[in-house]
Design a protein around this ligand. Structure first.
Ligand code: SF4
Length: 164
């Protein structure tokens, strides 16, 4: 059975920077959970960050690949550099995916770790820009397909291609 890495906050775990969750009501995620497919994971907590913690954004909205390449930092709203924690969390997520053989993931859109299509632009003003989070960039670089919680239908279609 194909396993699927999933952002822990989507599964109701209170791991977000504000101490809350972003529980998804998607029926397919619920079914996959019942089937034992899902591997809930929070890269930021795995990387050593606390709950709650200051919001963080990638400098200049540069995207996860730039962070992985050492060309951009992840900064917290209090001015601290949390790049090392984000990199550690991304590596831990990749290790978790490899450990269970996951070839796809459903991750929380907009996050500087988990975003797949959009992240915040680094100004802490609530503006989004196209781009990926650090964990998403590392997973996709390793061939693991990342879908957002708004595109579970596409994840389900990809899952079918893996299982046929
Ligand atoms: Fe959710 Fe990912 Fe942020 Fe953790 S790092 S709270 S899993 S979006």
């Amino acid at each position: 059975m194909e396993r699927i890495l999933v952002s822990a906050c989507l599964m109701g775990r209170r791991v977000r920077y504000d101490g809350g969750a972003k529980t998804s009501s998607d029926e397919r995620l619920a079914a996959w959970l019942r089937e034992g497919r899902l591997v809930p994971f929070c890269p930021e907590v795995a990387g050593g960050l606390a709950i709650p913690r200051p919001a963080a954004e990638i400098e200049g909205g540069a995207g996860g690949a730039a962070v992985l390449a050492g060309a951009a930092r992840v900064m917290a709203a209090d001015g601290s550099d949390v790049t090392a924690e984000f990199l550690a969390g991304a590596r831990a997520a990749l290790a978790a995916a490899r450990a269970c053989g996951a070839r796809l993931a459903v991750l929380k859109e907009g996050s500087p770790s988990c975003g797949a299509l959009a992240i915040y632009d680094g100004t802490f003003t609530g503006r989004r820009a196209p781009g990926q989070g650090v964990t998403t960039a590392l997973l996709e670089g390793d061939g693991i397909r990342v879908f957002t919680e708004d595109h579970v239908d596409a994840a389900a279609a990809y899952l079918r291609t893996l299982e046929t």
